[in-house]
Design a protein around this ligand. Structure first.
Ligand code: NYM
Ligand code: MG
Length: 209
């Protein structure tokens, strides 16, 4: 049997309006252009039943207990776990717009206990690379303004930014998101290519959070 050729789990994280969604698409197009099997994913995945409850909550149409919402966000990742792992093990790289780190940062910013917030994430596939699009909450707020979903307020985003800082670890790359769209993309390319080739060359097994 040959070495396992698995795809990479690449996660983009950052405050609302940091440019994650556009950069995810740009990155996926770039990686596809190099001949790789790549898919764009995002959390929350609003297409499932759990995702639609989350969406109703974010839109302000539903009031839910903070811990219940936290667990819904986590369950939304768990319901996708098998499909994610199958894709990764079949050699497809996933570029994911938000993951467990959003889950922990946004709930901890509400004042929930950090360890409690992390617990339901344990066992999910671990990201091979977390690209953190770094921008101050003030600068993000100025950029075209927030929408009207829950959490999209400057004071709350400041608390989220602090939580994100505490989560940064060895698989994180901090990307200066104040640069132009093309510059930010350039900053991300090289580490992504390296991460994908490490995974495809069988350097490491899929690990879990
Ligand atoms: N969010 C996202 C959470 O609070 N917990 C999570 O686990 C995830 C994945 O949902 N403000 C928050 C962050 C965002 C909001 O995300 C909606 P998006 O990327 O704007 O659809
Ligand atoms: Mg948003």
């Amino acid at each position: 049997m040959g070495a396992e050729k698995r795809g990479a789990l690449i996660v983009l994280e950052g405050l609302d309006r940091s440019g994650k969604s556009s950069q995810c698409h740009r990155l996926v197009e770039f990686l596809k252009g190099t001949g790789l099997k790549v898919e764009a994913w995002r959390f929350p995945d609003r297409t499932t039943a759990i995702g639609s409850s989350i969406s109703a909550y974010l839109g302000g149409g539903a009031e839910l207990d903070d811990r219940a919402v936290h667990l819904l966000f986590s369950a939304n990742r768990w319901e996708k776990r098998l499909q994610m792992e199958k894709k990764l093990m079949a050699g497809t790289t996933l570029v994911v717009d938000r993951y467990s780190y959003s889950g922990v940062a946004f709930s901890a910013a509400k004042g929930l206990d950090l360890e409690w917030c992390k617990a339901p994430e344990v066992g999910l596939p671990a990201a091979d690379l977390v690209l953190y699009l770094d921008i101050s909450p003030e600068e993000a707020a100025v950029r075209g303004g927030y929408g009207d979903e829950r959490y999209e307020q400057l004071d709350f985003q400041k608390k989220v930014a602090l939580q994100y800082k505490g989560l940064q670890g060895k698989r994180w790359k901090i990307v200066d998101a104040r640069q132009s769209f093309d510059q930010v993309h350039e900053l991300m390319r090289e580490t992504c290519v390296k991460t994908v080739s490490n995974c495809l060359n069988g350097c490491h097994h899929l690990s879990r959070l």
